[in-house]
Design a protein around this ligand. Structure first.
Ligand SMILES: Nc1ncnc2c1ncn2[C@@H]1O[C@H](COP(=O)(O)OP(=O)(O)O)[C@@H](O)[C@H]1O
Ligand SMILES: [Mg+2]
Length: 459
């Protein structure tokens, strides 16, 4: 068997992957597949059975396409090859699988090799098999061996799944050849993929937007549009193929996105039985331009650790005079009659809180988002998000605000929450204040120590 590997390596070296693609008549989107300059060395590494290959790349560079072509070639060239595509979601795995399906159904050379062609499984006469697995189904990965393992969007896959389930798949391949593990991803998060890329033990390919534009797969204008529409750190991950700096976003953006509901609608200001209503108000900073007010609804038994939060309504107002901000907030509070309103009292908010207190008394609470308090305020929101006890409106401007929050680790080991001064964060702040006053206004008597204990669990 090792003789076969030697022969393929020699063919790759002397004739190049182009010749192999031509000989096997590999088509892609109706034409003979033409690998780009950066896809070629990747395909050559796979066919030569490099054991560990990591592609850290710009979005839309052709990762999934290259992986699909590589999978089809491996199954065709090596007998009894188990090509397994692992992805976070079925949809993602299916992208690669469909490319492979396309290769076999369109190639006059490869099609006769197929003995079975299903929507999620291809079997070849040489004993090779190709199929997809999804990590969202925990059973699915067990008991499957792989000799070519393709992990797409690896940065999105949890570390424990990688360690306990995915890596095990390559322990005893059916054909006794050295298994090939291929990780492909944009570097939008640090996990085992980051470790692989930076370990020195993997053959790493890095594809940036420059390579992609040069190959004619992406237009320069597309890249410039993207650069303008996203924060710098995201652009660096999604287009420059650079890992985000060590300091992380405070909220897990993939969880946030999964909590978005298309059918979210602002509610009428009507109190439902068994529910409690709270508000948070963030007053525009000097130089900042929006004030925001968020109304939430929680069940009577709501605490930091239980009960779901509903965003009943949210409002923004472009900063005008402070008196206008006060009038605007006052109207909404009168309309919704929340039990308590959390207002940030640092800076301009202090004056607003004073005036509102004259109108609404003790229902207006001063929230000071500094020091330990600050971690507690945002930590509470993060916990509710992590535990999926909240749904979010399908409003990209709102959702994007969560990216503004980052964690900084200072040299003394303290964790701080910092905000990107160039991004908006008023709605998230107002939501965090509303939640904070909801937890701090328990129906039952809870001691400060209980609260402190429950907050300590999170860090
Ligand atoms: N070698 C190539 N020649 C022509 N088009 C390509 C090539 N590689 C990829 N593409 C096209 O580029 C687009 C992005 O490819 P895809 O594999 O989905 O990228 P990624 O997985 O990196 O986001 C797709 O439309 C795909 O068909
Ligand atoms: Mg892809």
């Amino acid at each position: 068997m090792d003789k076969l590997v030697e022969r393929i390596r020699r063919a790759v070296r002397t004739r190049g992957v182009d010749a192999i693609i031509r000989a096997l008549q590999v088509y892609h989107e109706g034409r003979l597949f033409q690998p780009t300059e950066y896809q070629k060395p990747f395909l050559e590494a796979v066919l030569s059975r490099e054991r560990r290959i990591a592609v850290v790349s710009s979005t839309r560079a052709g990762k999934s396409t290259s992986a699909g072509i590589a999978g089809a070639l491996m199954a065709s060239i090596y007998p009894n090859e188990d090509v397994v595509i692992v992805s976070l979601t079925y949809k993602q795995a299916k992208i690669i699988f469909d490319k492979i399906h396309g290769v076999f159904s369109s190639s006059p050379v490869l099609f006769p090799l197929v003995s079975r062609l299903r929507r999620d499984l291809i079997e070849l006469r040489n004993g090779s098999r190709i199929y997809t697995l999804t990590i969202s189904n925990p059973e699915s990965l067990l008991g499957h061996g792989a000799s070519t393992l393709i992990v797409d969007e690896a940065a999105s896959i949890p570390d424990d799944v990688w360690r306990t389930r995915i890596l095990r798949m390559v322990m005893s391949p059916r054909n006794n050849l050295d298994p090939v593990v291929i990780l492909l991803s944009t570097p939008h998060r640090r996990n085992f993929f980051y470790d692989a890329v930076t370990s020195g033990e993997w053959k790493v390919f890095r594809w940036t937007w420059r390579d992609v534009v040069k190959a004619g797969i992406m237009k320069r204008e597309e890249v410039e549009d993207a650069r303008r529409s996203m924060p710098d750190n995201e652009f660096r991950a999604w287009y420059e193929a650079e890992f985000a700096p060590l300091d992380e976003t405070f909220f897990d953006m993939s969880v946030i996105r999964s909590l978005v509901r298309k059918d979210w609608r602002r509610r009428e200001p009507v109190h439902l039985p068994g529910m409690r209503y709270f508000a948070g108000l963030d007053v525009a900073r000097l130089g900042g331009d929006y004030s925001a007010l968020v109304i939430i609804e929680v069940p009577r038994g709501f605490t930091a650790s239980q009960g779901e939060v509903e965003i009943a309504a949210y409002y923004q107002m472009r900063r005008r005079k402070l008196s206008e901000v006060i009038g605007w907030a006052r109207n909404i509070i009168e309309e919704w009659r929340p039990e308590a309103v959390g207002v940030d009292c640092i800076g301009l908010g202090g004056g607003v809180a004073d005036v509102l207190q004259e109108a609404f008394g003790g229902r207006v609470r001063c929230v000071q988002a500094v020091g330990r308090n600050r971690l507690e305020i945002y930590g509470l929101l993060r916990r509710v998000i992590r535990e999926r006890r909240i749904f979010l409106p399908d409003d990209p401007a709102f959702i994007r605000q969560f990216e503004s929050f980052e964690v900084k680790y200072s040299s003394d080991g303290k964790v701080r929450v910092v905000k990107n001064p160039r991004m908006h964060d008023d709605l998230v702040d107002a939501l965090a204040y509303a939640l904070y006053v909801a937890v701090k206004s328990p129906l039952r008597v809870v001691t400060d120590k209980d609260l402190l204990d429950s907050f300590m669990e999170w860090f």
